[in-house]
Write a protein that binds this ligand. Structure first.
Ligand code: TMP
Length: 207
């Protein structure tokens, strides 16, 4: 049986890294064979693209350039890591995927959604996540949580940008049943326990 494809999305400072650790711990506990990976990234070239994407450049980087970069990375990642693992029955847990492109480049940078949809179809063909967790947090709280951190090019954007990112994710969530929205403004133990509960249900339904 093909492995299951789980993605984790969240605004900056939403506790994505910690929740990802708990997610993996829960799968281990249930003896699910899985790999953990991330986007942009997950292969040698895709990680190099990630560095270019997040670096601060003197020249202007357009939203369309970002879309093309993340989809080039995604093609490598799908071909060399995601598909082979799913095909051999291994589950794939991915820190961000195409929903991030719709939220960051589509909604926040204003790239035409049709372009993203076309690339999505072209690159992914019939492959979509089976389950997506979205850690939701208001931009004010997101900002205060990441204050003082060293920021990359995306994290250096303003509150209006992150408001749009959030709306982009919420819009996507409404259109897709695979989405599970977690209110990340709650204490971490509550968020983690919610995630665990949803994940255990999913594992039970899919094994
Ligand atoms: P992070 O997941 O470690 O926070 O870093 C990834 C950054 O890349 C984050 O700012 C979101 C951004 N990103 C996009 O803008 N578009 C994409 O398609 C993906 C996967 C990530």
């Amino acid at each position: 049986m093909r492995g299951r494809f789980i993605t984790l999305e969240g605004v900056e400072g939403s506790g994505k890294t910690t929740n990802l650790e708990y997610l993996c711990e829960t799968l281990k506990e249930k003896n699910v064979s899985f790999i953990k990976t991330r986007e942009p990234g997950g292969t040698e070239l895709a990680e190099a693209i990630r560095e270019a994407m997040l670096a601060k450049w003197q020249e202007e980087i357009t939203g369309l350039t970002e879309v093309l970069l993340v989809f080039a990375a995604r093609e490598q990642h799908l071909k060399n890591v995601i598909r082979p693992n799913l095909e051999r029955g291994t589950w794939v847990v991915c820190d961000r995927f195409t929903d991030a492109t719709f939220a960051y480049q589509g909604e926040a940078r204003g790239v035409d959604t049709e372009i993203i949809e076309r690339l999505e179809q072209w690159v992914q063909v019939d492959l979509y996540p089976d389950l997506t967790f979205f850690l939701d947090l208001p931009p004010e709280e997101s900002e205060s949580r990441i204050a003082g951190r060293e920021k990359d090019r995306m994290e250096s954007e303003n509150r209006d940008f992150f408001q749009k990112v959030r709306s982009g994710y919420i819009r996507r969530a409404k259109g897709h049943k695979r989405y599970c929205i977690l209110d990340a403004s709650r204490p971490l133990e509550e968020v983690v326990s919610d995630l665990r509960h949803q994940l255990l249900n999913f594992v039970q339904e899919n094994s």
